[in-house]
Design a protein around this ligand. Structure first.
Ligand code: SAM
Ligand code: SF4
Length: 354
């Protein structure tokens, strides 16, 4: 039979027309079979507050501005990653909204057809001013960090003012159309137990979705202790007893770090990110690039690949793609927080991009 009647998928060998198209072997697969489609881009390490679980209180050494990837460099890195299977992006920091004209970057990335999901994680302080521009640029997912509904507690955690602005930011995001707005709340034993119920009730009242995150050892002051982690199962128990029983949501995305629950009375959804007590490493599909252009295959990596050097050093896209593949291939099985082997990375959370 002549090849003319043979359909592409029946051919044993690739033809010239197959070259240049993405195919399985080019995907970002590590040695545990995890496929990486999800990139977190840190756009700055600067921040307008000082959460104690992330930044030092004073004398923060920020990156030199000339060392930050430009929007064009970020876009190039994303375009190189797309044929490797990248479909999903989250912009973070530091505080991403302090990077001037963030909405311009959102628009540049939203114009890449294969990128079907762009999110931003923000502390919300500048959100009221920027929500509309971000929405108009094509952003559809927003996570706002808010660990306490009590303004005094907010200040104790963030070491800055801004509580009212965060609430205004959440309301503005809802008004322009973000639905749902998700709230990230880091839970700390001895500090935020009394915030769990008010935050959950706030979510039920206002239609936001709240996700409680276990405190991870990525703080700048090295003050993390296991005793300070308020575990996800304790939060579930508290919510079930003091509000109403929680039932797991059907059809959960296995790659999402949060396990989602809904209240039995049908009002409100809760997510639990049990990064310490139930690590989701085996389902991880993420890789990261820091604001100064270092590729990290894990939040907890001790090694980085200098992508900025390649982007600025005349290195061809195909070689950068190889470096990305090599970094992912070398990804470790998981973090070792629960073992004596755990080594905290030199970069704290604000400098990695959470
Ligand atoms: N500034 C933005 C914000 O706070 O949303 C984005 C960057 S921040 C590093 C990203 C997320 O990481 C926030 O939700 C923050 O609460 C969380 N985070 C920071 N340090 C953490 C830690 N040590 N353990 C758990 N979550 C942490
Ligand atoms: Fe800033 Fe976000 Fe870190 Fe808080 S968690 S200090 S808002 S970067």
């Amino acid at each position: 039979m002549s090849d003319l009647g043979t359909r592409a998928w029946e051919r044993a060998e690739p033809t010239t027309e197959d070259y240049g198209k993405p195919f399985m072997a080019e995907q970002l697969i590590d040695s545990f079979g995890r496929i990486h489609t999800n990139l977190r881009i840190s756009v700055t390490d600067r921040c307008n507050i000082r959460c104690f679980y992330c930044m030092p209180a004073e004398n923060v050494q920020f990156m030199d501005r000339k060392d930050l990837l430009t929007f064009e460099e970020i876009e190039r890195f994303v375009r190189i990653s797309v044929p490797l299977g990248l479909t999903k992006i989250r912009l973070t920091g530091g505080e991403p909204l302090v990077r001037r004209d963030l909405h311009v970057l959102v628009k540049m990335l939203a114009a890449i057809p294969q990128i079907h999901d762009i999110g931003v994680t923000t502390n919300g302080i500048l959100l009221a001013e920027q929500a509309e521009d971000l929405w108009n640029a094509g952003l559809r997912r927003i996570n706002v960090s808010l660990d306490a509904l009590d303004p005094v507690k907010f200040k104790e955690i963030t070491r800055r003012d801004g509580y009212e602005k965060v609430l205004e930011g959440i309301a503005a995001a809802q008004r322009v159309g973000f639905d749902p707005v998700k709230i990230n709340a880091v839970s700390i034993r001895g500090m935020t137990e009394d915030e769990i119920i008010p935050l959950a009730n706030f979510a039920r009242r206002s239609g936001v979705e709240i996700r409680f995150i276990e405190f991870m050892p990525l703080d700048a002051d090295n003050a993390w202790e296991r005793e300070k982690v308020l575990f996800a199962h304790e939060i579930i128990e508290k919510l079930s007893q003091e509000i109403c029983p929680l039932i797991p949501c059907p059809g959960q995305n296995p790659h999402a770090p949060a396990t989602e629950f809904q209240f039995e009375d049908g009002i409100g959804k809760i997510g639990l990110i049990a990064s310490v007590s139930r690590p989701f490493c085996m389902n991880c599909d993420r890789f990261r690039i820091t604001a100064d252009g270092k590729l990290r295959n894990c939040l907890f990596s001790l090694e980085e690949t200098d992508v900025r050097g390649m982007l600025r050093g005349g290195v061809a896209d195909i070689e950068i793609a190889s470096a990305i593949r090599a970094s992912i291939a070398a990804k470790k099985e998981g973090h070792e927080i629960n073992t004596a082997r755990y080594i905290q990375p030199d970069r704290p959370m604000y400098s990695i991009g959470g």
